[in-house]
Every structure is written in C-alpha cells, then in structure tokens.
Ligand binder design. Structure first.
Ligand SMILES: [Zn+2]
Length: 404
C-alpha cells in the first residue's frame, strides 16, 4: 500500500521559479504530479497560501549523524560534505533513515603534511577527531594519484583539494598543496569522472585552482576583491563558486547572534549549538563583508553558478557562528544582502547544486522527483527570511517535521 498525500493551496517554487500550479501530489517517496486533480483517498494538507520549496541543499558541510539530524529539522534534506572520514561506512544507513538529511561526500581531502585543516588537531578536543582523524597527507603528484584512486574506490562522490597557506584563517605559514600535486589530483579526479573541488580563501589560491582546472571553489576568496581577469577566467572555466558568506562573516568577526536569537532557530537547536552559533571565529577582522558581497555579484554577473553552502562542522568556539541547517538559511539571507534576488538565492540551494552535483532526483518540484519538500509560511521568493517560518518537511515522502 502506498500513501498518497496532496499538498494543496501552495505557492510553489519549483527550484527555478514560482509556477502557476498550487497542488503537489506525493505518492510514496516520489512526487507523482504537480497540479491536476487530487486523487481520491489522498491525505490532504492545505498549505493555506504558504510556500512549498524543494528540500534545501547545503553545498559545504562537515557532518555526522547529529549534524544531519539538525540539518533536516531546518528543511535541509541534503548535505554535501567537503571533507570527512566516517561517511563512507554510514552511507547506506544515512540513505535509508528518515530522521537525517541525505549526504554526499568527498571523504578526506588532499592536503600536504601539516596542511589545512590538520592544524586544528593541535588546538582541538576529541570532538574534532571525528572530522580530522588520521590525516592521509599527500606530498607528491604520485601520492595524489594514489590518494584520489583510493578515495574513489571507497565511494567518494567528488574530490576535495585544500589550497590554503593559512594567512586568512589565523594560521600563517601553513604548508599548502603544491601546484604539481594540485594538477595531478584534479586530472586524476577527472580521469575517474569525478569533480575536483578546491578549498581557497585567497585570490591567489583561486587563480591556482582555476588554472588547474577545478570544477568548483568551496569558498569565495576573501583577502581582496578579484581582478576582472580572474572573474572572467572563472566564468569561462565553467567552475561554480560556493561563497560560504556565513563563514566569511564569522571569520571577519561578525557573530550570528541575531540568527541564534530568532525564535524559529532557537526552538530547533541545542544550547551547545546556540552558544556556538552566537560566537564568531574572528580570524580575519580586516575582512569586509561588503567586499565579499561585491565579489559574489561580480561572479554572478559574469554568469558563474553560485551555490549556497555554510561550511558548518562542529559546535566548537573557534568554529563559531555556524550551525547545521540554521546557517544555510542564514547564507540565503546573506546572498540576498549581497544582491542576489530571493529567487536566485533559493535556486542556489536547490536546482543549481542539484545540477552541478548530478543529483538528478532532487532540487526540483516535478513529477518523478524525490519528495524532499519544505513547506513554509509566507513567501521566501520575495522575503528570504521566510524560509525559516517552517511548517512541514518531507524527506523522501516521509513527513519528518510538522509544526502543527
Ligand atoms: Zn569546509
């Protein structure tokens, strides 16, 4: 017996735009129809003029079962992990559970001995061991090829490469991946048909990554604004950019206390996470959010795909300003503050990452798509902060949260 649910009287953002239809029919784990007659016997949920969105995708996280659980409470139905070590063993369990977000992961990333983010091991408690446990450091192009082969054999969905000399993150003098190793890793990823995604925080790092042929930048560079040539090079390379403005904002010393104080957020997070969210990293206080906004808009105006991602990981003071789920909503708000329209910001958390990561079954509200859905009060296509006015969430057709 399948369960059929009809969500009626909704404004529908289908991942691209607001459409004319107002009803969505869910059958089992999939969307059966958009518009049309409500099937006899269906459970009807009247959206009351609220907005139905595809489940959100956070394109930059480091996670665990608790993080995936919190993400789902905020309507983030898929997290894309950009470094982590426990994921591959948990893949089947995560895919089949209805109380956690779904996950794709790079597994561990390419970094040289002592390179980012292994420096956190020195300053961390055991919590971080979960994230950065036993670094498989990569020193040479040959090691990069072996490493990528191993990651792919273990089930990596894409390959992450760190290009980080520490200057913008409070650890100057870090050893960064060499150009030769970077290029070898990118080429090997491509040989396997996998994307190579680079961690960069500087314009110089961005140049290296793009000239090595990466498919995406996991952060926006934030030491200065890029020259027009770099923006043009990123656009012509076809690379996407995940700005992680929430992380840049925290690095610049801005806390997310206002988000943490929002009743819609408070109700969903533990005190530990709320405390962490209320802090900031403050490792690059000379950074200016307005410069980052200008960079986002220069990239957007050049036609670069912008993806919404938070870079949330664990509730530790030096990684403060972030929380699973909540920070993706915060990121949408900052993308709009930068100048994206609310609809462009919503695309950055739905159809755009789905297309870039080959997640063909999600990121859209369309017949046949996976029923990952978020129903909110209000209209986030005109007021982005309404994404937090969550009424109901469905993961693979299962209602995992309802505020009624
Ligand atoms: Zn990260």
């Amino acid at each position: 017996m399948t369960t059929t649910t009809a969500i009626t009287n909704a404004r529908i953002f289908d991942g691209e735009r607001v459409i004319d239809d107002q009803d969505v029919i869910i059958d089992g784990t999939r969307i059966l129809a958009v518009g049309g007659a409500v099937p006899v016997g269906a459970t009807v949920i009247n959206a009351g003029g609220g907005t139905l969105l595809p489940g959100l995708i956070d394109s930059h996280v480091h996670t665990d079962m608790n993080g995936l659980h919190d993400a789902l409470l905020f309507g983030v139905t898929t997290e894309l992990e950009m470094q982590g070590h426990w994921t591959f063993k948990k893949r089947k369990e995560i895919a089949e559970r209805d109380d956690v977000a779904d996950l794709r992961s790079s597994g561990m990333g390419v970094t040289p001995p002592g390179g980012h983010p292994s420096q956190y091991m020195k300053s961390s408690a055991s919590l971080l061991m979960k994230l950065f446990f036993r670094f498989p450091f990569v020193s040479t192009p040959a090691e990069a090829i072996d490493f990528v082969d191993t990651q792919v054999a273990n089930g990596a969905d894409y390959i992450k490469i760190f290009i980080e000399d520490g200057t913008t993150i409070g650890f100057p003098g870090l050893r960064a991946t060499s150009d030769e190793t970077l290029i070898a890793a990118v080429n090997e990823a491509h040989r396997h048909g996998k994307m190579a995604i680079a961690h960069v925080t500087t314009v110089e790092g961005g140049k290296k990554a793009i000239s090595a042929g990466v498919d995406g930048l996991a952060h926006l560079f934030f030491d200065r604004q890029p020259a027009a040539e770099l923006v043009a090079a990123i656009a012509s390379s076809g690379s996407f950019v995940t700005p992680t403005l929430v992380t840049l904002s925290s690095a610049f010393g801005n806390s997310a206390a206002a988000i943490a104080a929002d009743e819609r957020v408070r109700a969903r997070l533990s005190d530990k996470w709320l405390d962490s969210l209320s802090r900031s990293m403050n490792v690059y206080p000379q950074g200016k959010l307005n410069d980052a906004y200008a960079s986002v808009m220069a990239l957007r105006n050049a036609g670069v795909d912008i993806l919404a991602g938070s870079d949330v990981s664990e509730p530790l003071p030096f990684l403060g300003g972030l929380a699973h789920g909540a920070s993706l909503h915060h990121e949408l708000q900052l993308l709009v503050a930068a100048g994206l329209t609310p609809v462009e910001a919503l695309r950055a958390a739905t159809s755009v990452p789905a297309r870039r990561f080959g997640l063909v079954d999600r990121g859209r509200i369309a017949p046949g798509a996976r029923a990952d859905l978020l129903l909110v009060r209000g209209d986030p296509t005109t007021r982005i902060a309404d994404t937090l006015s969550i009424r109901s969430i469905w993961r693979r057709g299962a209602m995992v949260h309802s505020s009624e």
